[in-house]
Design a protein around this ligand. Structure first.
Ligand code: KG4
Ligand code: ZN
Length: 341
């Protein structure tokens, strides 16, 4: 595979249909995203069947538009998210990738969704060098990983209950905000006083690198109930949001910095949907003495560009077997260093 190859990336693991064209030589050529947020909002969360159907509806037109817009007839390889995620939704991306690969006679590369998130900062002008500590915070995962090199991942810590994004989403729900709650809660927090409530910073003083957000969620719930009983929830909502956000961010930043120090890592990468949180981004930069890297906002949440770049780095694993891989669960630690090009 020549260095000038163009990789089409397809992301369909949850509620975003993302596509992108990436070339190792030229970088990101084009990308497009269709969000299903409005479809799921009425249900207050992602409905897997609706997600699959909408990926089917949107994926091909999105790819056609992307390719036409970029003036590219066919890519040299197709990377798709093979997991972890909703199996039906993954099957749509995997089926499309393999079908197109057959028509275009090109190979496919199954990509691990969280490796995509982890590599998203590689799309920026100043990408991180290995090794680094990765704080991966999304709707389904909270991971602290020592990244020695591509495919060499040591899990240092994870959540014992809710994922960081889930904690934001559930707290937002308690506050009567819409779905997805993370960005709405962050927006509301801007008008609040973060010291109004002293919520717990769970596990921050434990020596390990694990997280737990259920105690924080319960503490928020108790304050919401109290405010409801006092009839002043509307007045307290922004303060509760700001105090929750501060507690969650303190916990994430504190643990990440401790883990980096324990492994003598001078770089931290923050990625995944919660990585779009402005307080998290500014706080980790301020508190960490080393370098901090994160993707631009739009590449923190799910997107096709991160899948295309991960595929480019694993181009040596491209094949034409036609096998559709869709894994609901898939540990990042089981990945190995990529095969040589
Ligand atoms: O990575 P992602 O798009 O999807 C998964 O792979 O899960 O992450 C989505 C999560 C949601 O929980 C969403 O509420 C959260 O990221 N999120 C945020 C923000 N933007 C997205 N959480 C806090 N602050 C934000 N600004
Ligand atoms: Zn994700």
């Amino acid at each position: 595979m020549s260095k000038q190859s163009i990789i089409l990336g397809i992301e369909s693991s949850c509620d975003e249909t993302g596509v992108a064209l990436f070339s190792p030589e030229k970088g990101l050529i084009a990308h497009a995203l269709h969000s299903q947020v409005d479809l799921h909002a009425v249900y207050g969360g992602v409905v897997p069947e609706i997600a699959s159907r909408d990926h089917i509806r949107m994926l091909l037109p999105l790819i056609q538009e992307l390719m036409t817009g970029a003036g590219i007839e066919r890519p040299d390889a197709i990377a798709y998210t093979a997991g972890p995620g909703l199996v039906g939704a993954l099957m749509v991306g995997g089926g499309m990738a393999n079908g197109l690969a057959m028509a275009w006679e090109c190979p496919v590369i199954p990509v691990h969704h969280m490796e995509g998130h982890l590599l998203a900062p590689m799309l920026e002008d100043k990408p991180p060098e290995f090794p680094f500590l990765a704080l991966l915070v999304s709707g389904g995962h909270t991971l602290l990983i020592a990244v020695k090199a591509l495919g060499e991942y040591e899990l240092l810590g994870t959540t014992l209950d809710d994922a960081a994004g889930e904690a934001f989403d559930k707290t937002a729900k308690l506050l009567g905000l819409g779905y997805p709650g993370g960005p709405l809660l962050a927006a509301l927090a801007e008008d609040g006083n973060e010291t109004a409530f002293s919520f717990p910073r769970p596990m921050l003083n434990r020596p390990n690198f694990d997280f737990s957000f259920s105690g924080l969620k319960t503490a928020v719930m108790l304050e919401v109930r109290k405010a409801e009983a006092n009839g002043n929830l509307d007045e307290r909502r922004a303060d509760i949001a700001a105090s929750f956000q501060r507690a969650a961010v303190d916990t994430l930043v504190g643990k990440a910095i401790k883990a980096a120090a324990a492994r003598d890592l001078g770089r931290i990468v923050v990625a995944g949907g919660v990585g779009a949180n402005r307080l998290l981004r500014s706080e980790i930069k301020e508190c960490f003495s080393g370098e901090v890297f994160y993707p631009r906002f739009e590449f923190c949440t799910d997107n096709g560009a991160m899948i295309a770049v991960a595929g480019a780095l694993r181009i040596g694993e491209a094949d034409q077997s036609g096998e559709i891989i869709a894994k609901a669960r898939w540990s990042l630690e089981t990945l190995v260093a990529p095969a040589a090009n």
